[in-house]
Design a protein around this ligand. Structure first.
Ligand code: ADP
Ligand code: MG
Length: 527
């Protein structure tokens, strides 16, 4: 049977309305296959990449089958992390909202007394991390005698985190007459073994690897050579039109360092990793979900399985060691059919890893050049123009028109608009420089029409004329041929540019980088 609508499953009205309330229009491929099997009491192994709706694939049929008027734990769901436990709990609570299904996430870091009290009050579904579940089992505060559904969610991740023994201990506490479901983004041998041991005639539901990457995710990489990586990242962030971004680092320390660098530069960034307290993690996640934090910097483990709306970009600040993590990482964007962008920063040494990823996802990731400062300005000009147009089209400007009229009494319209635009640019930390201020340039010792600039880099920094021409023209957008005489000395360099772009070059290059080295740039003094 080919199910194209939720209505075709044997589901009650209450569950169907809850699903439609959630905005789900049709079942995803894994849901089409798994829901009828679970409704028919089968054990199931579900294998599909992240973002394919595995939670509802088990959540919907389980909620349907729970007996509402007996307040016993009927379903036990194991998840690798606290965030996932909360997320899964939230989704199942929504599916079960009209059936009044009581759902409780339990995880480490939360006061155990409170969990014990909630458990006593009677719940139907418990979602927990293995460690905390075992803790409750040992304290005899978790009664699993009536469990009819056992789910391992993100099973591969739990095994990676070394939970295998804990998982087996927990499974042994669940009645043997139960329905068991294993869901995972990958199917390593260890999971197949676990399935053989604990599942009865399981049905395998696999969404094939050909669909591994979602076509709605655009994937690109940048090769970062001459730039300090953080500066390259900031350039990318300034250029991209993002809503929320998850950035991945390889280590917890890397996360902390990147967060500090980004915050120092004025970005709204917060970190997420395993060394943080639960309270810190909750705070970060709340602020990220609300959009107050725009950049979430995380390690693989901390971010695995997180489902956050509006993640427009995933940036691999560090390329993942393991190609599979690439798929997990980029699955954080382009969720449920939205568009997303996945950007990866690599050094020349990391091409090998990039090729391994391309082989796994069976497609090529295109290289794009790092945007220049000039590109950022152009892009932001477009963004500002578009925003202004759409604000005008939306209307509702009456209250603002009063202010406009007040300004119009004293200034002409073009000046007012230009000032407002300048203000919009300054909110993005960008200043457009006045080209004609070059007229004030005094004699810098260059021939007429040209201006001699002083760069604090020279032979000792192994700087070559081609490096300078490349850096200056790429960064500022000026024609490389328009660059005049270049004289390189031990510790500094003179370089001539046309008068009309002199200030632009100073403005953009000063306190910037050339070949990874800090440089300051100023007008030269005539000899
Ligand atoms: P997975 O566990 O496979 O990584 P999730 O269960 O976290 O994926 O689901 C990813 C997102 O897709 C969630 O926001 C979920 O609410 C949404 N989703 C799930 N099923 C559907 C559906 N049938 N239609 C629309 N959105 C869905
Ligand atoms: Mg999941």
């Amino acid at each position: 049977m080919n199910y194209s609508s939720f209505n075709e499953f044997a589901l009650s009205k209450k569950v169907l309305s809850a699903i439609s309330e959630m905005g789900f229009e049709e079942p995803t491929p894994i849901q089409k296959q798994a829901i009828p099997l679970v409704l028919n009491d089968m054990d199931v192994i579900g294998h599909a990449q992240t973002g394919t709706g595995k939670t509802a694939a088990f959540g919907i049929p389980i909620v349907e089958k729970i007996v509402q008027n007996t307040y016993e734990i009927q379903a036990l769901i194991l998840t690798p992390t606290r965030e996932l436990a909360m997320q899964v709990a939230e989704e199942i609570a929504k599916i079960g909202s009209l059936r009044k299904i009581k759902v409780l996430p339990i995880y480490g870091g939360q006061p155990i007394d409170r969990q014990i009290r909630s458990l006593r009050s009677g719940v139907h579904v418990v979602i927990g991390t293995p460690g905390r579940l075992l803790d409750h089992i040992r304290r005899r505060t978790l009664n699993l005698e009536n469990v009819k559904f056992l789910v391992l969610d993100e099973a591969d991740e739990m095994l990676d985190m070394g939970f295998i023994e804990d998982i087996e201990l927990i499974i042994d506490k669940v009645p043997s007459k139960r329905q068991a479901l294993f869901f995972s983004a990958t199917m390593p041998l260890a999971i197949q073994r676990l399935a053989q041991k604990y599942l009865r005639n399981p049905k395998l539901v696999a969404i094939s690897r050909e669909n591994l990457t979602v076509p709605l995710i655009q994937q690109y990489y940048y090769e970062i050579i001459h730039y300090p990586k953080v500066d390259a990242l900031c350039r990318i962030l300034d250029y991209e039109n993002y809503e929320s971004v998850i950035l991945f680092c390889r280590t917890k320390r890397g996360v902390d360092e990147l967060v500090a660098s980004l915050q120092m530069r004025g970005y709204f960034a917060e970190g997420l990793h395993g060394d943080m307290t639960q309270a810190q993690r909750d705070k970060t996640m709340r602020s990220f979900r609300l959009g107050e934090t725009e950049l979430l910097v995380a390690t693989d483990v901390a971010a695995r399985g997180l489902d956050i709306e509006r993640v427009s970009h995933v940036i691999n600040y560090d390329i993942p060691q393991d190609p599979e993590s690439y798929v997990h990482r980029i699955g954080r964007t382009g969720r449920a059919g939205r568009e997303g962008k996945a950007l990866t920063l690599i050094s020349p040494k990391e091409y090998r890893q990039l090729r391994m990823i391309e082989r796994l996802i069976k497609s090529q990731i295109d290289k794009v050049p790092l945007p220049s400062f000039q590109d950022v300005v152009l892009q932001q000009s477009e963004n500002i123009k578009n925003s202004v147009s759409s604000i005008i089209n939306e209307g509702g400007l009456e209250n603002y028109k009063t202010i406009a009229q007040q300004l119009l009494q004293d200034y002409d319209d073009e000046n007012i608009v230009a000032a407002a635009i300048k203000y919009a640019f300054s909110q993005k930390g960008i200043e457009l420089i006045e080209e004609d201020s070059a007229q004030e340039i005094v004699n810098t010792g260059a021939k007429s029409g040209m201006v001699r600039l002083f760069f604090t880099l020279g032979r000792q920094q192994s700087i070559r004329p081609t490096d300078l021409i490349k850096a200056v023209s790429e960064e500022t957008g000026i024609n490389p041929r328009s660059i005049g005489n270049i004289s390189i000395y031990d510790k500094f360099t003179f370089l001539e540019v046309p008068e009309e772009v002199a200030y632009r070059v100073i403005h953009i290059m000063d306190r910037g980088n050339i070949n990874g080295k800090r440089v300051s740039v100023q007008l030269a003094r005539a000899k």
